[in-house]
Design a protein around this ligand. Sequence first.
Ligand code: HSE
Length: 300
Amino acid sequence: MEAPLFTVVVPATTANLGPGYDSVGMALSLYMTVEVKEALKWNVHYEGEEYAGLATDDTNLIVRTIQDVAGRHGKEVRPHTLRVISDIPLGKGLGSSATAIAAGIEIANELLDLSLSPKEKVAIGSEIEGHSDNVAAALLGGVTVAYFIENELEVVQLPQPIIGVIILVPPNALKTSESRGFLPQELPHSVASAGNAASNVMLTAMALGDWELAGKMMEKDIFHEQYRKPLLQDFDQIRDFCHGLGAYGTTISGAGPSLFVAVKEGKQEEIAKQLEKEFPYYRAIAITPSPIGSTIQKDA
Ligand code: HSE
């Protein structure tokens, strides 16, 4: 069988981490792999059932992103076959669309030899996605903090977090657009100030490696948690249970409906088992933050 031209690997991501709404992202050790081969027409082949309902032609998000990036450079990419193998749950708050967008940007960059800088990639991804948090972490890896307002982008990376992570994945999916529809249009100044303070302390604590404090602040979000948590079964009970197990903090993963739990490094497997036993509605995935973002791999 003909070998792929190259393979792109992109991590899953969790966004917000509580009060870092639309700004903070973390890459996770779940990955999407896309093998790229030349072909006569666009064909996206997803391995496994999770992604079975997605478009497989040139309306697919990865392909649309490839052509979007090409179009920005006055070019078009000839058809290719993309074989996608992914262990990222779809539509569950783990940045699956940002992962696809990051893959598309990397493929266009490689096929057209565009030499895009990391910041240029994040800027394009943010424009396509509408916010930066997932796509910055998917492209750069680790924990990213982005300012993306009216197409002005600044993005920085925090030191690699030394923690374990549990993602609680419910059976139902939730569209980000639907979840965003539950949020208020405006917040009083004093409320926004409280959210800003929680986010500032959380990020400084993360930078200092103080995850006890980061986890505490992660739970003080006022921007979205209270509006979205009615959509998440047993949210408060899970948070209380995690406190009892010594977790650093629990929050909604991105727009939901999964939950993100930060725990001491090495404790994730054991705590995941206890969570799954207590809350069998959810599948508990024990993982770690991913230090690497999207990468291109070629056979030597
Ligand atoms: N910041 C986004 C949200 C993440 O919370 O809606 C989901 O894409």
